[in-house]
Design a binder for this molecule. Structure first.
Ligand SMILES: [Zn+2]
Length: 282
């Protein structure tokens, strides 16, 4: 079995959303130079677009109509397909863990609308597919500093999805009935604050029985990047180790989200994949 499946398509760098795309190819090249991808334990796979019929079930007809002529529609379908392929491989036992590259993000895509470099909700579409395969309960850990409002629109009322949602707002809100936990880490949160909040959120979710976990991985949380946190490079392998410890032997899929800095992506993406492959330094 592959230890870590990486789903990647060159269109993410060539045709991805303008703010997000420049980091894609350099970070993938750094990953390939790192020696982590050995064609055995860690392998790269090429995704196809998500099936249109599945995307149409997840989003409203009005949203699909609005997206019809959008220039990013195709790469958004391919991004959803990347997440879906990664998760399907894990669900089928072909890979233990996965990292899905994307060219557009997904967590601001609601059923009927979208904003913030998001078009279709890649994780929601994937969960729909996994439920067709018989999986039911999921943990979503959104560490992108922007509030995952689209994901909440899909799963806010669904207690079978535990949604940990870290963001650069103020409030901390836990709904134990619906399994939603929002953690506002005031603007400029540094490593220690971020990691201790993540730890307490994962502890809170410890008794939630899930079959697969998704990490919505926005490195716009880095101090050099555009999001509201102020994390250093050291935070990322620590974060990845903490999440891996919490998920244990269950399925784990990272989904690339926000972030535009090339030098940040070049370092943090290989760093978290190293942890997934059992070779992390943290
Ligand atoms: Zn973000």
């Amino acid at each position: 079995m592959t230890e870590v499946a990486i789903t990647y398509h060159e269109d993410f760098g060539a045709r991805g959303f303008s703010v997000l795309k420049e980091r894609i190819r350099p970070s993938f090249e750094k990953l390939m130079q790192s020696g982590l991808v050995d064609g055995g334990r860690v392998q790269v796979f090429r995704p196809k677009p998500a099936p249109m019929a599945l995307v149409e079930i997840c989003h409203t007809a009005a949203h699909m109509m609005n997206m019809k002529d959008d220039p990013y529609r195709q790469v958004a379908m391919l991004s959803a397909g990347s997440v879906m392929m990664a998760a399907e491989m894990v669900a089928r036992g072909e890979a233990r863990r996965a990292f899905a590259y994307t060219g557009t993000a997904g967590h601001h895509a609601s059923r009927g609308s979208c904003w913030g470099f998001c078009y279709f909700n890649d994780v929601a579409i994937t969960i729909r597919r996994l439920r067709e395969m018989g999986l039911q309960r999921f943990l979503i850990v959104d560490v992108d500093p922007h509030f995952g409002d689209g994901t909440r629109d899909f799963f806010g009322e669904d207690p079978d999805v535990f949604h940990i949602n870290m963001h650069s707002g103020k409030d901390e809100v836990h709904d134990p009935k619906k399994n939603n936990y929002d953690i506002g880490l005031s603007f400029g949160a540094k490593d220690e604050r971020f990691l201790s909040a993540l730890k307490s959120a994962l502890d809170l979710a410890r008794d939630f029985d899930f079959q697969m976990a998704f990490v919505i991985f926005g490195h716009d949380s880095h101090q050099d990047d555009y999001g509201g946190f102020d994390l250093s490079f050291e935070a990322y392998p620590k974060m990845a180790r903490m999440i891996l410890d919490a998920v244990g032997e269950k399925g784990l899929v990272y989904v690339l989200s926000g972030g535009s800095c090339i030098h940040v992506a070049e370092r943090v993406i290989p760093d978290v994949i190293a942890v997934l492959a059992g070779r992390g330094r943290a």
